[in-house]
Design a protein around this ligand. Structure first.
Ligand SMILES: N[C@@H](CCC(=O)N[C@@H](CS)C(=O)NCC(=O)O)C(=O)O
Length: 224
């Protein structure tokens, strides 16, 4: 049975689970919650351990928490999306987590006024992480961040870069040649590239999409 990913029709916290399924070649069906009762039903069924989505149903498991989803799917993939030895695994983990720190602030785009979110991303988040990712990519040299093949560390960092390039333009990579090479390498991988061009890749957050998310969550406004 194909895996099922429950979330909103929005990138949000489900984008990394989508990307890891794509990278691992795991087919999944998207169940997009559109009403408050859709979410209440999942809660009543006891499928949401912490009352939160995304939820991935796969191999008889009900997995919540994005990082848990990513690790399970990565483990199932052929190849070593988690690194090939202890040293690589540690490095993949560290960069994966830094990639989350880099990307998660961008998930507030559309939920808070642009004047509040966008300057913070540009003036605080990007300058904090991009030089460090550049150094990591340059020292590794393969076009990936760890070792000589694709891992979830790459996925976590590229998720943020995709958003920042989309909002601030491709010039944000100027002065970061190794990161540019990394970005080009990962976004050219066949599975990732076709996903990004497909209708499965959701558009930017817009007001109707934000309103729908808040409605399903039963909130009248976004709160951190
Ligand atoms: N740490 C969780 C956070 C998930 C999360 O915050 N999901 C939101 C939707 S984007 C949610 O379900 N919120 C409802 C709630 O927290 O009660 C993860 O990584 O999956």
């Amino acid at each position: 049975m194909a895996a099922k990913l429950y979330y909103f029709y929005q990138r949000g916290m489900a984008e990394l689970p989508r990307l890891v399924c794509v990278a691992a070649g795991i087919e999944f069906e998207e169940i997009n919650l559109t009403t408050r009762s859709d979410l209440l039903k999942l809660l009543e069924e006891g499928k949401l351990l912490f009352g939160q989505i995304p939820l991935l149903e796969i191999d008889g498991h009900q997995i919540v928490q994005t990082r848990a989803i990513v690790r399970y799917v990565a483990k199932k993939a052929s190849g070593s999306l988690l690194g090939k030895n202890d040293a690589e695994e540690i490095r993949v983990d560290m960069i994966f987590e830094a990639g989350r720190d880099f990307t998660l602030p961008s998930l507030e785009i559309g939920f808070l006024p642009d004047e509040e979110v966008l300057p913070d991303l540009q003036n605080r988040v990007m300058p904090k992480y991009m030089p460090k990712f550049e150094k990591i990519a340059a020292e590794n040299g393969s076009g990936y961040l760890v070792g000589d093949s694709f891992t979830v560390a790459d996925l976590s960092v590229v998720e943020g870069l995709l958003v920042y390039v989309e909002y601030f333009g491709p010039d944000i990579l100027q002065g970061f040649p190794a990161l540019q090479k990394f970005f080009d390498t990962v976004t050219s991988l066949e599975r990732i590239s076709s996903y990004l061009k497909s209708p499965l890749r959701k558009k930017k957050n817009d007001p109707p999409c934000i309103a729908k998310v808040l409605e399903v969550l039963g909130k009248d406004r976004y709160q951190r």
